[in-house]
Design a protein around this ligand. Structure first.
Ligand code: TRP
Length: 802
């Protein structure tokens, strides 16, 4: 690249290397022109002339060439072009970057150009490039095809490498746009610098090696790719599955056998091929013998055989002299690949497009022309814009294919899918394994024969290129922070949510009354939970029945010994009442077990509270009697006469009545009802009784508590009274237990989940009942049954000891 500081006149352009492929295209152009000039059908009596310029695939050189041809400078002044009419059209450029520059220069002069290789989608803009035509499909179609290919083989994690030119830039942009919204992500985008730099290339290879993306799409041409792939092979990297763009997928420079281990299996879309009659003979005719003065032919020989045909050139290029009988063979595929010209065929079509338009222009009939006032172009003074008009309209058939241009100057998009397979000689053979026809409707454009594709590393199974392995049902994708969406972790669905497909992005909530199964793959109806006759329910049932039986047994014992002093002295009527109400207390625990219904719910708390207040009020009565009996011993203060059996009954009845009223109000105002609790435990439906009114519930409990406290207080006062068998201290003790149980109940009740709430309540009922039973009756039973000698009035009054 010349520097641009404008302090000296730039020397002539020097190109690096010789590209036999491009030389072949130039020869094809020459062939086409000669064919047309020999034809009596096309442009009779006219001769096409041409000049060929080399841009060395650099925009800057292309620009120089374009300016040179327009200025008619002596840079390319060759005698064979004397007497020619002004230039009407250009075939070229090859690369898009050059085409853009050249097209911009030609634009003011309205000189049309037809490119055979510039595929950049950016050239489709008719406003910007009004005189640009092309016989190669736009990359807009190629990137679509590549995106389809990636999706077809499930390659969701890919790398992109591109050259530093418009073609690479716009193709990458197009591919990214095409991949947006699909599940394919680009792991990295790397650029091979315009001026090749091994250091940079090694960096790119490090990135390629470090990434798990095995598939790499390359938008680049032979020029920058040749040194890059040379370095790639030196690094001994092989695991990459290349996807070649149309610019290099059919480049035969890479088809030598040494490339196979590294590039075998490459796949990509190539321009459709065509047939050029007599091409092979035409190309073999080109040799230093027929063209002794043509430096390009000498360069071709230098590249193909590594020798210089003439001693003069040999000295300048340091190549040995040729032997003189070198023959062009098929191995020289870079030059001799004539079986299926693709880009070469585009050149051929381009020349014919111009010839046909020119023919149409010349055969215009006066008065029926396309220009102002139906005039024709003057055949001796043709303007380029007139030719442009005819080019836009042209339509002709060549080797069975119709060529024409749409309003943007483009042709029908169709590609062959090419796979690089191992040939018989170990070299690389380009095998067609599918096609892409952009003119077909969506879904059917891409046809791939899935068999017979060789993949990178000589493998027959499709390579895998993904960032993260998919998530199974029951899991969802969780994108990693700062990484593309294709890289994710699989996290299990939260409970209550499911995913029933692989690769789910999100877990779905289960409908109400449903919950996720253990795997998180399906919603199953929630477990309905209530305290039933399972292990816990049965134990509690047994305990309460046993409790009731013991109480009845005590009742029986008391009944049997009703005439002994211990029963008689301690107010037998109240004792029986207590025992009965205690039996009821034990039994009312049973109502709490089983599926709650509206009846059992209403019954539960009312039955429990009424039996308990009955029980406690009896005990309260008893305590009062004990207190009163003590006062009776003090003269003049006989309370006992106020506390006869009737009064006792009234006290007990009225205490219970208060509770009954509370309960009745509760039942009328807002009775307890069964309800499905889905909130407290989300995975279960808890069948429960709602208390209806919390106030009522706590009132009921509070009332029992109040009675119990009162009882405790009175008994506490009476506990020191004389007598060997002083009931008061037992009552104190029982009330202490009772209160302790119910105080412990409150926090346990509030905090226990599900059916345990009910269990806690039952437990409290049973525990407090047992407490009462044990404290009040166990000592008496002991005396009655085991030490009957103490069951005397004297002993009980404490006189025996005295
Ligand atoms: N299709 C490519 C383009 O439009 C082909 C090409 C030809 C190319 N010559 C090139 C690409 C040189 C990069 C460099 O540009």
């Amino acid at each position: 690249m010349p520097d641009s500081n404008c302090t000296y006149k730039p020397g002539p352009v020097k190109c690096n290397g010789f590209d036999p492929r491009a030389f072949r295209w130039a020869l094809i152009m020459k062939l086409a022109v000669e064919e047309i000039n020999n034809s009596s059908m096309l442009l009779p009596n006219h001769t096409l002339g041409y000049k060929i310029f080399d841009s060395c695939a650099y925009p800057l050189t292309g620009q120089r060439a374009a300016l040179a041809v327009m200025n008619g400078l002596n840079e390319a002044d060759r005698p064979m072009c004397s007497n020619a009419s002004p230039m009407l059209a250009i075939i070229g450029e090859s690369g898009s970057a050059q085409s853009i520059v050249v097209s911009r220069i030609l634009q003011p002069f309205r000189i049309p150009m037809i490119s055979y290789f510039s595929s950049c989608a950016c050239l489709s803009n008719r406003q910007e490039f009004p005189t640009f035509f092309r016989v190669i499909p736009s990359d807009a179609y190629q990137v679509k095809a590549i995106a389809k290919l990636l999706l077809h083989f499930n390659w969701t994690w890919i790398g992109v490498v591109r050259g530093d030119h418009e073609y690479g830039r716009s193709a990458l942009q197009g591919l990214l746009a095409e991949l947006e919204g699909t599940n394919v992500c680009v792991a990295y985008q790397e650029m091979i610098p315009l001026l090749y730099d091994t250091q940079r290339a090694l960096e790119i290879m490090r990135v390629m090696n470090g990434s798990s993306a095995r598939v790499v799409v390359v938008f680049s041409a032979e020029g920058e790719l040749t040194p890059f792939l040379r370095d790639y092979m030196e690094q001994n990297m092989t695991a990459i599955q290349w996807i070649a763009s149309e610019a290099w997928v059919t480049a035969s420079v890479f088809t030598g056998s040494k490339f196979y281990p590294y590039l075998g299996g490459t796949i990509g879309f190539a321009i459709r091929q065509g047939h050029i009659p007599g091409l092979r003979d035409y190309l073999t005719m080109v040799n230093p013998q027929t063209y002794p003065d043509n430096p390009l032919v000498h360069e071709l020989w230098g590249t193909l055989y590594g020798c210089s045909p003439i001693s003069f050139f040999s000295t300048s290029s340091h190549l040995p002299m040729c032997e003189g009988h070198e023959v062009l063979r098929n191995e020289h595929s870079a030059y001799m690949n004539t079986s299926s010209p693709r880009i070469g065929y585009n050149v051929y079509k381009g020349v014919y497009a111009i010839a046909n338009s020119l023919h149409n222009l010349i055969s215009c009939q006066a008065g029926h022309g396309p220009f102002v006032n139906s005039t024709c172009a003057e055949s001796t003074k043709i303007y380029p814009w007139q030719l442009q008009h005819y080019l836009q309209e042209v339509s002709f058939t060549i080797s069975g294919e119709t060529v024409n241009f749409d309003s943007n100057g483009e042709t029908i998009p169709s590609y062959d899918l090419i796979n690089w397979q191992k040939g018989t000689a170990g070299n690389i053979e380009l095998v067609k394994v599918g096609m892409y026809d952009g003119a077909l409707e969506a879904g059917s454009e891409l046809v791939i024969s899935n068999f017979g594709i060789t993949w990178a590393g000589d493998k027959s199974e499709v390579p895998v290129s993904i960032c993260s392995v998919g998530c199974t049902p029951g899991f969802r994708k969780a994108v990693r922070q700062g990484e593309p969406v294709c890289c994710f972790d699989c996290v299990p669905c939260d409970s209550g949510k499911i995913s029933n497909q692989t690769d789910s992005i999100d877990c779905m909530d289960c409908p109400e009354d449903y919950w996720s199964n253990d795997n998180g793959t399906a919603c199953v109806p929630k477990i309905v939970e209530f305290l039933s006759h399972d292990a816990m329910g049965l134990t509690l049932t047994v305990i309460s029945v046993v409790g009731a039986c013991i109480t009845l047994a005590v009742f029986a014992v008391f009944l049997y010994y009703r005439n002994t002093p211990i029963v008689r002295m301690n107010n037998s009527e109240l004792s029986f009442l207590i025992l009965l109400s205690l039996t009821l207390c034990f039994l009312c625990a049973l109502i709490f077990i089983g599926e709650p219904t509206s009846w059992s719910c209403m019954l539960r708390h009312t039955a429990f509270s009424i039996t308990f207040s009955l029980c406690i009020s009896c005990i309260l009565g008893k305590t009062l009697v004990v207190l009163a009996a003590f006062t009776a011993t003090q003269p003049g203060n006989n309370l006992m006469k106020w506390l006869g059996p009737t009064q006792q009954r009234i006290i007990i009845f009225s205490c219970t009545l208060v509770q009954m009223i509370i309960c009745a109000t509760w039942l009328i105002a807002s009775p307890p009802f069964p309800y499905r609790n889905t909130q407290s435990q989300r995975s279960k439906v808890i069948l429960d009784c709602s208390v209806g009114s919390d106030l009522a519930f706590w009132c009921v409990l509070g009332y029992i508590g109040l009675l119990a406290c009162l009882c405790f207080l009175l008994a506490f006062l009476a506990r020191k009274l004389p007598g060997n068998f002083n009931e008061a201290k037992y009552i104190t003790f029982s009330m202490l237990i009772f209160c302790a149980v119910w105080l412990a109940f409150v926090p346990a009740y509030v905090s226990s989940p599900g059916k345990f709430t009910t269990a806690v309540e039952i437990f409290a009922i049973l525990a407090s009942s047992f407490g009462l039973l044990m404290c009040l009756f166990a000592p008496k039973c002991y005396i009655i049954l085991l030490t009957p000698e103490k069951n005397t009035k004297q002993h009980l009054m404490g006189k025996a000891t005295k």
